[in-house]
Structure formats: C-alpha cells, structure tokens
Design a protein around this ligand. Structure first.
Ligand code: FES
Length: 321
C-alpha cells in the first residue's frame, strides 16, 4: 500500500480509559459501510488534523480480525512525544471524525507453526490481542508472556487471564518478575514460532537470546515501529520534484515532504517496512539513520535513506524524489 491507496473516513464511536496512560478508541466507517477485513498483527495509520499540522501515527488493530463493523486501537500517552498520542488523548471524543489508511500487516502469524510463543511488553500487547483472538478461534497452540510495570498499569491483564487462562503469563516489574526467556526458549517444541513486541530494549534482549540459542531467523517475528526522532532543523532538496524543503525540529522528513505537497510512499511510518526508501543523490553531511530496515552496510554506504524516521545534519542533502 502507498500514500495514494484509498483512505477511510471513520467516526470515533467509543473512548475508554484503560489505564491512567492508555485509552482505547473504537472507530466505525463514517458512511456506515463495513471496514476492510484484516489479519492479526495488522496496523492502520491514523491521520490527525491538529491545527496546521497533519499528524500520522501507526497503531495496531486490536479488535477481533473478523469484525468489520468497527476497529479498535489502544494509544499510550507519550508526554515527550511529537504530539500524536497527546492529540488522541486530549482531542478525540466520541463523534470525532478521523481518516485512517487501509490496514497493513507487517507482523502476521506464521500458520505453519506447531506452536506460537508470544512475548509482549507494555503497550506492545496490542497486536497480540488480535492475533490471540485468531489463534484461539483456529485452535492453534499458543502461550503469551506479558511483561508489565504492575498489574494496575498493565492493559487488558484481567481480560486476557479470564479469556485464555493458563495460556497467559503476566510478569510484573514491581514484583521483581521477569519473562524467563532462556528457560522458555529451551522448553519449546521444534517448529515453535517466536513473536515479540514491546520496548526496543526488551525486543533486542529476547531476539538476541533466541539467536544465541540457535533459533533460526525465519522463526523470529517482531514488530518495532520507531517514533521519528526530533533534532536540529535542516533542509533537504528533492531532485525530481524540484523542491527544497525545510524540516523542523519536531517534524519527520516524510512529514515535511508531504506538507510541501509532494507525494511519498509509506506503510509503517516507523522505520520498519522499507516502503519509504529513497535514493540519496548527494550528501554533504551526515545522515542520521534511525530505521531498523536498512542493513549496517546500506547505512554506511549513504546511498539510501528512510525519510519516515531518519534525519540529516550538514550542508546539503539531495534525494531522488
Ligand atoms: S514508511 Fe516504513 S520504513 Fe518508512
């Protein structure tokens, strides 16, 4: 999917405080028609018109995948972020109309698995909610380990335990509990697929532990959307569009390109999918690669950039856009 794919106008039908930091939003199509079906692990980009600023944030769909009358997402408030989650928390009420993109799944279930081992941290639980619904409906064996700061701050803990019983294991930081990753990985049957979603540090730890234990790369699945970093303002020139664009301190390069009226492809807006990859024609300065898509060699070559999360410092940057 790209930026030119048809978008969906939705109405907010419900806003629920899940924890002091997390709200749940339900959306239905503004024209009353069914929403597109999706699979567990999919996300949508939510567009928010905040005065002169158009914000676009990715959120995992957490409602049952078969349900096309509405979608639900959960948003954790990030007081130090660029404003998207604050907008959702402060401005979006029942009745608020928003635009979303068609669902895209960069974190699908691998149905060949003999067993699914799911490890979530904090708000990283959201893609698993839709996945578990699908796994349970299909009778597929799964085991969820969910790391939270405390039971009170853990979204959907009670609901998950009530619905899925012993297949759900909650690990509370405030009780000194950690996901026993080494032991867990050692006891899985051959053919188990591992899925992880949560804070970067936790994901890197789980994936590194799995690789060190000899798990093959094709058995490891993770979803890692990065928030675009803020930084010093700079200018970028677009050779095809013949535009020179100022990127402000809290704007991503992709946001700035779009704000200038230039269409650019995207799918995750979080440095993970590769859709926004753009060729660098010349660079007098340093590209600050913040994505997790390009290889270290590609980053070192300076020939490509992911404008959704990466920035630039220096005299001039010219892109093939
Ligand atoms: S839009 Fe996915 S990496 Fe940039």
């Amino acid at each position: 999917m790209s930026a030119v794919a048809p978008k969906i106008r939705v109405t907010t039908t419900e806003v629920v405080d899940v924890t002091p930091m997390i709200k749940r939003f339900r959306f239905a199509a503004a024209d009353g028609s069914p929403l597109p079906p999706f699979s567990g692990g999919a996300h949508v980009i939510v567009e928010m018109r905040d005065g002169e600023t158009l914000r676009r944030n990715p959120y995992s769909l957490m409602s049952p995948p078969g349900q096309t009358s509405s979608y639900t997402i959960s948003v954790r408030r990030d007081d130090a972020g660029r404003g998207g989650s604050l907008f959702m928390h402060r401005q979006v009420r029942p009745g608020t109309e928003l635009t979303i993109n068609q669902p895209v799944n960069l974190f699908p279930i691998d149905w060949r698995a003999r067993k699914h081992l799911l490890i979530a941290g904090g708000i990283g639980i959201t893609p698993f909610l839709a996945q578990i619904d699908q796994l349970a409906a299909e009778g597929a064996p799964f085991e969820l380990h969910y790391a939270v700061r405390s039971r009170e701050q853990g979204a959907y803990v009670d609901d998950l335990e009530r619905r899925y019983g012993p297949r759900v294991h909650v690990h509370c930081d405030d009780r000194g509990e950690r996901v026993p990753v080494d032991a867990l990985l050692a006891e899985q049957p051959l053919g188990t697929q591992l899925y992880v979603c949560g804070p970067s540090g936790m994901m890197e730890w789980v994936l590194a532990t799995a690789r060190a234990a000899g798990w093959p790369e094709q058995s490891l699945h993770h979803e890692r959307f990065l928030a675009p970093a803020s930084g010093k303002p700079y200018t970028v020139s677009l050779a095809v569009s013949k535009r020179t664009i100022r990127v402000t301190e809290h704007q991503s390069m992709l946001d700035a390109i779009e704000a200038a009226g230039v269409q650019a492809p995207y799918m995750c807006r979080g440095g993970a999918c590769g859709e926004c990859e753009t060729r660098v024609l010349s660079c007098d300065g340093t590209i600050l690669h913040n994505d997790v898509f390009l290889t270290p060699q590609e980053k070192a070559s300076g020939e490509k950039i992911m404008p959704c999360v990466s920035r630039f410092e220096g005299r001039s940057l010219v892109l093939q856009r």
